[in-house]
Design a protein around this ligand. Structure first.
Ligand SMILES: C[S@@+](CC[C@H](N)C(=O)[O-])C[C@H]1O[C@@H](n2cnc3c(N)ncnc32)[C@H](O)[C@@H]1O
Length: 422
């Protein structure tokens, strides 16, 4: 249940544009029904406990002096990330002090009902701007999904959230990707010419009529990766009638992070940003192997053309380097992302072909022959050393590491396998 309710009235709230406030009061995003909490938990990235503990905290969450993991969900909307992380922390009995902030009271009301339906505790709701985040204290983890690209000056948002991070903290964010949204910005521009007046409802209805008659050559029509406008009225408005919306290429996003004093830890999922997972001529691989991580990611973005959003974890650029858990530490416990992934891979036959589809792109990485034996031994409790000892023939640490680090790299690159401390 909500602990406290607060309204922030700092400078940031006053600077937020009226159009943005109106949009999210009229059309809270995404559309959610609190009664559905009885049926399912929506999970995703960023902000998944298993993923962020591994990626940002070397497999173990930090605590403040009161024993709490401090979390801020910035621009929390109708509560997807809030509900997911609060539920996962509760399930693992981890003490936390979670704060939610959003400009929209209507969105907050839905998030509060979802939290209540699940009887989640230790959450404080704030109505206000994330530009005032530092007024709420400092946080181990800040989550900001699908918000910064809607700010009039996104750099102010990056900086405000970076300022609210503890020095040993980490930040999970999602912003739109330019190339994968081909068609969206052309349609936004066209609609601004003819459907910018009237109520939200009228504008959506007018847009629907236009969408029903799109020329086959229209870029949005051809972009099969974008379908928000086919799902709901809220989706139409958010995608095509938004008053404030920009997207990022990989280099632009990196520049934004650098300017805010942040450094990238990893994209989520990492595989599509890594040329090693694409079929490429040897000559291309040779050239790419000497490029920086950022340049390699930029190449993949240009090559694939399908990245309509970038999800990533980053940290203050002064943070020390023990950030992500490493498979070379035999005391760590490997964990699948969730129970469905565990069921899928623990029953995988030896030699089976992996088959992952991300954003319509098929990846079929190979695993070494004994991978299935290792995957079957992962139970979320046993350490790598325990698993090594239980394997037939008890391989030595060197031989085990050889296979495991390969398996782990593949599985982690597709968001399936992570590590935690006991
Ligand atoms: C597209 S929704 C994303 C909601 C949620 N993060 C999610 O991923 O489901 C964007 C949200 O950001 C909020 N927002 C926009 N600008 C904001 C600001 N300056 N401070 C706080 N919230 C803001 C909006 O009210 C809206 O609820």
């Amino acid at each position: 249940m909500a602990k406290k309710k607060q309204t922030l009235s700092g400078k940031g709230t006053k600077r937020a544009t009226k159009a943005i406030k109106t949009q999210y009061e009229d059309l809270p995003y995404p559309e959610r029904r609190p009664e559905d909490e009885r049926k399912r938990l929506i999970t995703g990235s960023p902000g998944h406990l298993v993923e962020l503990r591994h990626t940002l905290f070397n497999g173990k969450l930090p605590q403040d002096e009161n024993g709490n993991f401090r979390v801020l969900i910035a621009g929390g909307g109708t509560g997807d990330a809030l509900v997911m992380l609060a539920q996962q922390l509760t399930d693992e009995n981890i003490e936390a002090d979670i704060h939610y902030i959003d400009l929209s009271k209507a969105s907050r009301a839905i998030a509060e009902k979802r939290v209540k339906a699940r009887k989640l505790k230790n959450i404080t709701f704030h109505t206000g701007s994330l530009l005032d985040a530092a007024d709420l204290g400092d946080f181990h983890y800040i989550d900001c999904c699908g918000v910064l690209h809607h700010l009039p000056h996104p750099q102010d948002g990056f900086k405000a959230l970076a300022k609210a991070l503890k020095p040993n903290g980490g930040f999970g964010l999602m912003v739109y990707g330019t190339h994968g949204r081909t068609g969206v910005y052309q349609m936004q521009e066209a609609l601004r010419m003819v459907a910018s007046d009237g109520s939200s409802h009228d504008r959506v209805e007018h847009t629907k009529e236009i969408l029903g008659k799109l020329p086959v050559t229209n870029w949005l029509n051809q972009n099969e990766g974008i379908n928000d406008h086919e799902v709901s009225d809220t989706g139409i408005f958010d995608l095509l009638l938004h008053s404030q919306d920009r997207s990022y290429t990989v280099p632009e996003l990196n520049q934004e992070l650098t300017n805010a004093g942040l450094k990238l830890v990893t994209y989520i999922d990492p595989a599509p940003y890594n040329p090693d997972f694409y079929p490429l001529p040897d000559q291309t691989r040779d050239v790419l192997k000497d490029k920086s991580l950022e340049e390699r990611a930029q190449f993949c973005e240009l090559l694939s053309g399908n990245m309509h959003k970038h999800t990533l974890y980053c940290v203050p650029n002064l943070r020390e380097n023990t950030i992500t858990a490493k498979p070379s530490n035999m005391n760590l416990v490997p964990v699948f992302r969730d129970i469905q992934t565990e069921q899928q891979f623990r029953s995988m036959p030896q030699g089976a072909q992996l088959d992952f589809t991300l954003n319509r792109l098929k990846f079929q990485p190979t695993l070494p022959p004994h991978a299935a034996l290792i995957l079957r031994a992962i139970d979320g409790k046993s350490s790598l050393e325990d698993i090594r000892r239980r394997l037939p023939g008890q391989p030595d640490v060197f031989a085990f590491q050889n296979i495991f680090s390969y398996v782990f790299n593949v599985m982690n690159s597709f968001g399936k396998l992570f590590l935690k401390q006991r």
